[in-house]
Design a protein around this ligand. Structure first.
Ligand code: URP
Ligand code: ZN
Ligand code: ZN
Length: 465
C-alpha cells in the first residue's frame, strides 16, 4: 500500500476492490468532510485529494459494526481489564469502527443513570463512534419510563436477561412489560435467553454427581436452557408485537425457532459470535478450560457446523460479546464454574476471524459485510454506518487479502489472551479510517487523538434488516 500527498482537502483510495453488501466493484473511493463523497470508476477520481492511497490488490470494506460489547463489565468480584480508551483502540486495530455497548445498571443505578454514566465514561476517550443499549436488570415496572427516556436521547434498544438470578434476571411478566413498552416506542428488545431454572437444576445435579470444575461448564448450561428461553421470549414478542433480537445464539435449533416465529409474523432476529462459530466444547478439555467459560457455553462440533447454515438468514449478525477478563481473573475460581466471570474477549478479533473464514471461501465477502456491518447498522438504526455508498460516513477498512494475521497474547486487548491465540488468519487489516481520519496505518496504531462520538440512533419503523 502506498500513500501519496497531493494538494486539496480530503482523501482518495485508489484502485481497490470495494466490497458492498450487495456487490463487489472496482472503484476509487472519494472521501470529503468525513463522508464518502463518491465512488468513481478506477482512475476517475479527482486528483486533488490531500492524501491519496494506492490500494490496488487490496479490498476496501466499510468499517465493521459490533453491536454487542461489554467494556468495563463487572461480575462478582471481577471487573474487565479494559475501558473505552483501550477497548475502542483494540476494536479499531481489528477493523471495527462502531460499537454498541450495553449499559447494564449496577445495583444502585436506574437504567437511565447507567446510560448516562456510560456516556460519560466513553466521551472524550473513545477512538471510534459508539452508542448504547439500555438494560432493565431489576424493578422492571418502575424502569419502563427509562426505556422511553433512553429512546428519546437516541438509545432505542433495551436488553433483558432470562438468566443470572439475583443479578440481572427478569421474570417473564417483567420481560413482557418491557416488550410492551418497547413495541409502543419502536425500540428493539435484545434478550439473553437461557432459562435460569434449567441452569440451576443442571448445576445442582452436576455438583451432586460430579464437580463444578470449569471443565464441566457446558453441562451446567445445557442446550435445553437456551432453547426453552428462546421459545418463551419469542412467544412474548409475538404477544406484544415487539421487535426481538436474540443475542449470542449458539444452537441451530434456536435459529429455527426464530425462523418459525418469523413465519408467524414476529419481527425476530438473532446473532451469533465468532467463538460459537469456530470453537466447540472440546475447549473445555484443554489445560485452561476456565478461559472458555461464557454463557451460553461453547457447544458440540455438530451444532457449530449447523449454525453456519443459519448465518445470513435467521442470524443477521456476528458480534463479539466482548468481555475483557484476563487469564488471572478467569483462573481464581477455575474449580467453581458459578464464580468464574463469564465471557470472552473479542472486540479486536471478530472481524479478522470472520474475514479469514470469508477468504477461505466459507462465506462471500458481501455476506461478511452484511453480517459484520451493514445489517446491524440497519437493524439498530445506526445512520451513516455499514456501507461505502456516497453519503455514508467514511469509516473504511483496507485489507490485504494475501496478508496474514498471527493471533497472539490477545493482540491489543487488555485480556492478554484470546480464545483464538495461536491461529494464523488469512488476510490482514492494514488501514482503518474513521470519519475520514486514519486510525490504523500499515497495521499499526496511528496515534490519532480520540474523536469517537456518541451515535444517536433512530427508532424502528418496520421489520426489515
Ligand atoms: O458470558 C457472557 N456472555 N458474558 C457476558 C454477559 C452476557 O451474558 O452477555
Ligand atoms: Zn448474555
Ligand atoms: Zn453479552
Amino acid at each position: 500500500m502506498r500513500w501519496q500527498s497531493s494538494k486539496a482537502s480530503g482523501l482518495i483510495i485508489r484502485g481497490g476492490t470495494v466490497v458492498l453488501e450487495s456487490e463487489i466493484i472496482q472503484a476509487d473511493v472519494v472521501i470529503d468532510g468525513g463522508h464518502v463523497a463518491a465512488l468513481t470508476a478506477p482512475g476517475h477520481a479527482p486528483s486533488d485529494g490531500e492524501l491519496a492511497l494506492e490500494a490496488s490488490g487490496a479490498l476496501v470494506l466499510p468499517g465493521a459494526v459490533d453491536i454487542h460489547t461489554h467494556v468495563g463489565l463487572s461480575f462478582g468480584e471481577f471487573t474487565t481489564r479494559d475501558d473505552f480508551a483501550s477497548a475502542t483502540r483494540a476494536a479499531a486495530l481489528g477493523g471495527t469502527t462502531t460499537i454498541l455497548e450495553f449499559a447494564i445498571p449496577s445495583e444502585d443505578e436506574t437504567p437511565m443513570q447507567a446510560v448516562e454514566h456510560r456516556m460519560e465514561s466513553a466521551s472524550g476517550v473513545s477512538s471510534i463512534d459508539y452508542g448504547f443499549h439500555a438494560c432493565v436488570a431489576r424493578s422492571a415496572k418502575e424502569s419502563l419510563p427509562d426505556i422511553e427516556r433512553a429512546a428519546k436521547i437516541g438509545v432505542p434498544s433495551v436488553k433483558v436477561f432470562t438468566a443470572y438470578r439475583g443479578i440481572v434476571m427478569l421474570e417473564p411478566d417483567e420481560i413482557q412489560a418491557v416488550m410492551e413498552a418497547a413495541a409502543r416506542l419502536g425500540s428493539i428488545v435484545l434478550v439473553h435467553a437461557e432459562t435460569e431454572t434449567i441452569v440451576e437444576k443442571a448445576t445442582a445435579d452436576l455438583a451432586a454427581t460430579s464437580s463444578l470444575h470449569s471443565r464441566n461448564h457446558p453441562r451446567a448450561r445445557p442446550p435445553e436452557a437456551e432453547l426453552d428461553a428462546a421459545r418463551s421470549v419469542l412467544s412474548l414478542a409475538e404477544a406484544t408485537g415487539c421487535t426481538v433480537y436474540l443475542v449470542h445464539v449458539t444452537l441451530p435449533e434456536v435459529a429455527d425457532e426464530i425462523s418459525r416465529a418469523r413465519e408467524r409474523g414476529v419481527a425476530a432476529f438473532g446473532e451469533s459470535c465468532p467463538h460459537y462459530l469456530l470453537l466447540d466444547e472440546s475447549c473445555y478439555a484443554t489445560e485452561d478450560p476456565e478461559l472458555y467459560v461464557c454463557s451460553p457455553p461453547l457447544r458440540p462440533a455438530g451444532a457449530v457446523r449447523e449454525l453456519w447454515a443459519r448465518l445470513g438468514r435467521e442470524l443477521t449478525g456476528v458480534n463479539s460479546d466482548h468481555c475483557c477478563f484476563d487469564a488471572s481473573q478467569k483462573a481464581v475460581h477455575a474449580d467453581d464454574l458459578t464464580r468464574i466471570p463469564p465471557g470472552l474477549p473479542g472486540i479486536q478479533t471478530r472481524l479478522p476471524v470472520m474475514l479469514s473464514e470469508a477468504l477461505e471461501g466459507r462465506m462471500s465477502l458481501t455476506d461478511l459485510v452484511g453480517l459484520c456491518a451493514a445489517r446491524a447498522a440497519r437493524l439498530f438504526g445506526i445512520a451513516g454506518k455499514g456501507s461505502l455508498l456516497p453519503g455514508y460516513d467514511a469509516d473504511v477498512l483496507i485489507v490485504d487479502p494475501a496478508g496474514k494475521t498471527e493471533v497472539r497474547n490477545g493482540l491489543d486487548m487488555d485480556s492478554g489472551y484470546s480464545p483464538f491465540d495461536g491461529r494464523t488468519l488469512r488476510g490482514r487489516v492494514d488501514t482503518v479510517i474513521s470519519k475520514g481520519r486514519v486510525l490504523v496505518a500499515d497495521g499499526l496504531w496511528a496515534d490519532a487523538p480520540a474523536r469517537g462520538s456518541f451515535l444517536t440512533r433512530a427508532r424502528r419503523a418496520g421489520s426489515q434488516t
